[in-house]
Write a protein that binds this ligand. Structure first.
Ligand code: NAD
Ligand code: UDP
Ligand code: UDP
Length: 346
């Protein structure tokens, strides 16, 4: 019924996107935790079009059914409403473990839950991988480097994290998730991959996600003040979501088992970034204002991607301008939808 309504409302096409036919020997059963979220749903699209069976597990904390609704009812697709803090018994050949809030305001909203998801949830997924002999990719983060003293950040850098600060629930949670992955690899022979994901953006970010790209684009589209936190001299490097998904797929395929940075090394200050977005929105009348700094905000971030280039033969392809243009187009659509639904985002 949900699919029918979506078709009637013109949100999704009547037919499924085309999927490749795979014989039972090539077709894998792939579990994607957090598959209804921003990154997960793009990954699901690629895996589905490749012809695999995909099981999405999500508790919809920050994800939405709408991100994957175009697959509802497809024979290769299954969706389980489940919180991975609780054990899960399914069969799978591969697991992409992405379930975790990723936006600072979201993960700080319930820090205990964030830690539970990244520790207990990761133990459950590693336990599942162990039981069924599945390969598992853990979505780690550049936040494991904290507010880095080494720039750009290579995988060999151990990081500079405040263990009791407001970001610790996420940063330390992900650091434990990495430790768990290598403990299960060593002790239980589980085949693990660890992606250290750097700031990623693109369509399907939630309008109220709270991260910088969605905030700035939404503000620019509505001629609202663009809110730079702190003096705007802090830097980030932004990767378009399709590039990230390519990187995750290459990492899963490869035999390289140590952590790999996946991100785009083009670095900008947040102040520059505000101006780039403002200039990409035609007729934008927003002003850019600086405000109070965020506690423990990392001051510089740029991935060293030499390992990904050498071991995965991967590098990002989408330029910031092209990626932002597609993202702005998406948020423009979202805004008209929001108005249509009486200011309710869903
Ligand atoms: P997102 O918030 O859009 O997606 C996360 C998904 O996980 C959501 O669908 C959410 O409902 C689900 N989830 C959260 N807790 C859960 C639980 N306990 N049980 C089941 N499902 C749960 O975020 P995203 O940007 O798509 O991030 C995906 C993964 O990539 C996360 O692990 C994040 O830490 C990691 N990551 C993302 C970025 C980025 O810039 N997007 C950067 C570094 C790391
Ligand atoms: N687990 C799970 N699904 C499975 C297998 C295990 O959710 O298919 C959970 C299980 O509840 C356990 C955790 O994963 O708490 C770790 O599993 P492991 O086999 O390492 O440990 P044990 O079962 O011995 O505690
Ligand atoms: N930021 C900002 N204004 C916003 C949201 C974020 O200036 O409306 C800043 C934030 O302080 C940080 C950077 O942009 O320096 C990236 O923040 P985000 O929350 O997107 O991700 P982070 O890399 O901090 O996890």
């Amino acid at each position: 019924l949900e699919k029918k309504i979506a078709i009637l409302e013109g949100r999704i096409p009547e037919k499924y996107p085309e999927v490749k036919y795979l014989g039972y020997k090539e077709r894998k059963r792939i579990l994607v935790t957090g598959g209804a979220g921003f990154v997960g749903s793009h990954l699901v699209d690629v895996l589905m079009t490749q012809g695999h069976e995909v099981i999405v597990v999500d508790n919809f904390f920050t994800g939405r059914k709408r991100n994957v609704e175009h697959w509802f009812g497809h024979r290769n697709f299954e969706m389980i409403h489940h919180d991975i803090v609780n054990p899960l018994y399914v069969e799978a050949d591969e697991i992409y473990h992405l379930a975790s809030p990723a936006s600072p305001p979201h993960y700080m909203q319930n820090p205990v839950k964030t830690i539970k998801t990244n520790t207990l949830g990761t133990i459950n997924m590693l336990g599942l991988a162990r039981r069924v002999g599945a390969k598992i990719l853990i979505a780690s983060t550049s936040e494991v480097y904290g507010d880095p003293m080494v720039h750009p950040q290579p995988e060999s850098y151990w990081g500079h994290v405040n263990p009791i600060g407001p970001r610790a629930c996420y940063d330390e949670g992900k650091r434990v998730a990495e430790t768990l992955a290598y403990s299960y690899a060593k002790q239980e022979n589980v085949s693990v991959r660890v992606a250290r994901i750097f700031n990623t953006y693109g369509p399907r970010m939630h309008v109220s996600d709270g991260r910088v790209v969605s905030n700035f684009v939404m503000q620019a589209l509505q001629n609202l003040t663009i809110t730079v936190y702190g003096n705007g001299k802090q830097t980030r490097s932004f990767c378009y979501v399709s590039d990230l998904v390519d990187g995750l797929l290459s990492l899963m395929e490869s035999s390289y088992t140590l952590p790999v940075n996946i991100g785009n090394p083009v670095e900008h200050t947040i102040e520059e970034f505000a101006m780039i977005i403002k200039n990409l929105v035609p007729g934008c009348r927003s002003t850019v204002a600086t405000g109070a700094a965020v506690e423990d905000d990392p001051q510089r971030r740029r991935p060293d991607i030499a390992v990904a280039e050498a071991r995965l033969n991967w590098a990002p392809k989408v330029s910031l301008k092209d990626g932002l243009q597609r993202t702005i187009d998406y948020f423009r659509e979202e805004l008209s939808r929001t108005t249509f639904y009486n200011n309710q985002t869903y």
